[in-house]
Design a binder for this molecule. Structure first.
Ligand code: COA
Length: 322
């Protein structure tokens, strides 16, 4: 028994912020950003919070899968930019779509969040506990961006993407792994809140914003993804040649180029859309997967690989027979 993706969906805010727009507020240029990252524009929310993006994605998933909300067993939202510390964003999704019989919780694994959430949902389904799940990555990273820091503000965007998954006897998830390297957690952080003691005002400082050692993250990304993909393919006994597409975390085209080169997987097999959305953290892989699916580029039985890395530091890779 395995778990199969039945439907994909995504929602991004309407507001497009181009590299030229950002160049009006910090000392940067379209040329620098595009050359170093591959990003040309991103969507930035003008008021919709993370739960709203997730709810719109969930509604689309149910409609596309043709299932009633009451039949849902499990809702997992992966996010690092939830509306509240409590409730979990997934509980808001449960209410808004009327999934009265589902259990809902969130997962925090930054840009690997969707991979972690899918991995968890898969285990519940394989164990026979649940028959189906909605898994969503949703972020409004713009809340955590210091718009005067050119080294980070050019990279991120807002959005949500997800999958409706079901128990399957045939095609589905073949092999996967998730991993963490907490010893270097401090190379990428966001949303720090201090514990200031009784009667003190709750305050935030610069650590509220995304803080990143770009070069170290770059090194971690290329190493961890390459090793993870090699392990998953070798455990599954699947060669790189049999892969139809790789859907990587959409952080930086230079990272993808290195991964492509090291793994010997042609760059054309990597599905890239970071030029339009930037790095949407946990939403990046499902937004890209949904685009690939919407374009009709996936056929039943195609072998595809999802792989990502992110804060934590974390990584996750999944080999799927579509
Ligand atoms: N516009 C113009 N110049 C910029 C800039 C910007 N937006 N951001 C940084 N620079 C400058 C720096 O100040 C530095 O100038 P200096 O040489 O005068 O000191 C120069 O560009 C090089 O900076 P550096 O940080 O070494 O650039 P880089 O080649 O490492 O590229 C990143 C920076 C962030 C694009 C790159 O490190 C990266 O993509 N890292 C991974 C980040 C990532 O994926 N994060 C998400 C993880 S999920």
């Amino acid at each position: 028994m395995t778990t199969r993706i039945i439907a994909t969906g995504a929602y991004v805010p309407e507001q497009v912020i181009t590299n030229d727009d950002i160049a009006k507020v910090v000392d940067t240029s379209d040329e620098w950003i595009a050359k170093r990252t591959g990003i040309k524009e991103r969507r930035i929310s003008s008021g919709e919070n993370t739960s709203m993006l997730a709810v719109k994605t969930a509604r689309q998933l149910l409609e596309r899968a043709g299932v009633e909300a009451e039949t849902l067993d499990l809702i997992i939202v992966a996010s690092i930019t939830a509306d509240y510390a409590t409730p979990a964003t997934s509980c808001i999704v449960q209410k808004e779509i009327g999934a009265t019989n589902a259990v809902a919780f969130d997962v925090s694994a930054a840009c690997s969040g969707f991979m972690f959430a899918l991995s968890i949902a898969d285990k519940y389904i394989r164990a026979g506990m649940y028959n189906n799940a909605v898994v969503i990555g949703a972020e409004t990273l713009s809340k955590y961006i210091d718009w005067s820091d050119r080294s980070t503000c050019v990279l991120f965007g807002d959005g949500a993407g997800g999958a409706y998954i079901e128990k399957s006897e045939t095609d589905g998830i073949i092999k996967e792994e998730i991993g963490t390297k907490g010893e270097i957690y401090d190379i990428l952080t966001a949303g720090y809140t201090a514990s200031t003691g009784a009667f003190n005002n709750y305050n935030t400082d610069h650590l509220w914003y995304v803080n990143m050692n770009g070069r170290e993250v770059f090194k971690f990304a290329t190493k961890s993804v390459v090793k993870s993909v090699e392990r998953v393919l070798s455990d599954a006994g699947v060669s790189v040649d049999s892969l139809k597409y790789v859907v990587p975390h959409q952080a930086n085209t230079r990272i993808v180029e290195i991964i492509s080169h090291k793994l010997g997987i042609p760059y054309e097999k990597f599905y890239i859309n970071m030029d339009k959305y930037g790095n949407t953290s946990s939403a990046s892989i499902p937004i890209a997967l949904n685009e690939l699916n919407e374009k009709g580029l996936l056929k039943r039985g195609d072998k595809i690989l999802l792989t990502g890395f992110g804060g934590g530091m974390t990584w996750g890779t999944m080999l799927i027979s579509w």
